[in-house]
Design a binder for this molecule. Structure first.
Ligand SMILES: Cc1ncc(COP(=O)(O)O)c(C=O)c1O
Length: 356
C-alpha cells in the first residue's frame, strides 16, 4: 500500500528524485563510484555544486548581486550567522516573533546585540501573524519567518522596510511565488522542499556583507564561504546533490508557478474539509493559514482513537500535531501529491458518516 507521507520534515521528496539519488549512490555519472565516495573537489561534484547554486538563482529569478551557498548547521546555525554577519557590535535588529523558530532566532541575536521584538502572537499561542507593527528605522536588519512549521501560520505579505530584510524560509521555500529580490538574505534548511537534511541553503546579497565590524569566526562568516564557492570545507555532498535533483524536477515541470497551483489545490481541499466537517476545526487564523502545514483539532476528543485508527489504516503517516499545538498537523510540502490530501479528506468524511 502507498504511504501518504505528511511528515513535517525531513519529509516527502519526488519519487523520481529518490530513484535518481539511489542510482547515484550506486554508480554516479557512470564513474562506477558512488556519489558519496568521490572527492567534493572532483570535476563531477564541482559540477553538481555549481548546477545546484545556479538553479537556485534561476528558480528565484535573482541576479548576480546574490550569492548562493549550501552550508551545514541547519536553520539553527543561521539564527546565529545572521546576527554575526549583519549586526553591528552592540547593534540592534528587529524580529517578528511568530513562533518557536522565530524565538530561537531571537535568542541567538540577543547574544550579540539588542533583538527588538516588533510584533508577537505569543499571546494566543502563535495562531496568527502580527500585523500593523512598526520596524524602527535604526535597526541593522529586520528578520521574519515566512512559514511557521509548528503553528501552521504563514506570512502572505512581507512588510515594507528600507533597511536589510532577512527571512527564514525553511518550511515554504520554492512553494509559492514571492518577490525574492525584496530580501537581502534568505535561508532555509534543505529538509522540507529541497532535499535530505544536512544542507542549509543561504541566498545573500553580496554587498551587504563585511560592513558590521564584527570579529566573525571564520566558518561563521558568509564571505569565507562565498570566496570558496561554497566549498570552504567539505560540503554535505548527498544533500546538495539531491537538492539539485529536486530543483531540476521543479524546473522541468514549470517551476514555482506550477507547484504553487498544486499547493493551492491541496491546501484548499484540506482546509475546505476542516471548515465544512463539524468534527474538525483549524487552529490558525483563517487569513494566516499556512499552505504547507495545516494544523487542526477534533471537536470531540472522544473520537481520537477511532480517527487515529482510520487514518493509519488508510496509509496516512505523520499527521500527529506538534506538542505545542496538539491535535493534528498535515504537512503538504511540494512533493506531496494531491491524491494524498484526497486520502486524508476521505477519512475525515468517513469519520463524519460513521458518527452522524
Ligand atoms: C521555520 C524553521 N526554521 C528553522 C528550523 C530549524 O531547522 P534545523 O533543524 O535545520 O536547524 C525549522 C525546523 O523545522 C523550521 O521549520
Amino acid at each position: 500500500m502507498k504511504i501518504h507521507n505528511y511528515s513535517a520534515g525531513p519529509c516527502i521528496l519526488p519519487q523520481e528524485v529518490f530513484k535518481q539519488a539511489a542510482d547515484a549512490i550506486m554508480n554516479f555519472n557512470g564513474l562506477d563510484l558512488s556519489l558519496i565516495e568521490i572527492s567534493h573537489r572532483s570535476k563531477d561534484f564541482v559540477e553538481v555544486m555549481e548546477n545546484a547554486r545556479s538553479l537556485v538563482k534561476e528558480t528565484m529569478n535573482l541576479g548576480d548581486e546574490y550569492e548562493v551557498l549550501f552550508l551545514q548547521g541547519g536553520g539553527s546555525l543561521e539564527f546565529l550567522m545572521v546576527p554575526y554577519n549583519l549586526m553591528r557590535e552592540g547593534g540592534k535588529a528587529a524580529y517578528l516573533d511568530t513562533g518557536t523558530w522565530a524565538n530561537k532566532a531571537i535568542k541567538e541575536a540577543a547574544l550579540l546585540g539588542d533583538a527588538v521584538i516588533v510584533g508577537s502572537s505569543k499571546d494566543s499561542n502563535y495562531n496568527y501573524i502580527p500585523k500593523g507593527y512598526e520596524i524602527p528605522s535604526d535597526v541593522d536588519y529586520f528578520h521574519c519567518t515566512s512559514n511557521n512549521t509548528i503553528f501552521g501560520t504563514q506570512l502572505k505579505d512581507f512588510p515594507e522596510f528600507n533597511g536589510l530584510k532577512v527571512c527564514d524560509m525553511s518550511s515554504d521555500i520554492f512553494s509559492r511565488r514571492i518577490d525574492f529580490s525584496q530580501f537581502d538574505l534568505i535561508y532555509a534548511g534543505a529538509q522540507k522542499n529541497l532535499g535530505p537534511a544536512g544542507a542549509t541553503l543561504v541566498v545573500v546579497k553580496k554587498d551587504i556583507l563585511g560592513k558590521n565590524d564584527q570579529n566573525i569566526p571564520t566558518i561563521l562568516n558568509y564571505q569565507t564561504h562565498i570566496s570558496k564557492d561554497s566549498m570552504f570545507n567539505t560540503p554535505p555532498v548527498f544533500s546538495v546533490y539531491v537538492s539539485m535533483l529536486t530543483l531540476e524536477w521543479l524546473k522541468k515541470n514549470g517551476g514555482i508557478e506550477w507547484i504553487e497551483g498544486i499547493n493551492n489545490a491541496k491546501a484548499e481541499l484540506l482546509y475546505g474539509e476542516i471548515d465544512r466537517n463539524p468534527l474538525f476545526k483549524g487552529t490558525a487564523a483563517i487569513e494566516d493559514r499556512s499552505y504547507m502545514n495545516a494544523c487542526f483539532l477534533l471537536t470531540d476528543d472522544k473520537l481520537q482513537d477511532t480517527f487515529n485508527t482510520m487514518w493509519n489504516e488508510a496509509g496516512i503517516s505523520g499527521i500527529k500535531g506538534h506538542r505545542s499545538v496538539g491535535g493534528y498537523r498535515a504537512s503538504m510540502y511540494n512533493a506531496l501529491p494531491l491524491e494524498s490530501v484526497q486520502a486524508l479528506v476521505d477519512v475525515m468524511k468517513e469519520l463524519e458518516t460513521k458518527h452522524a
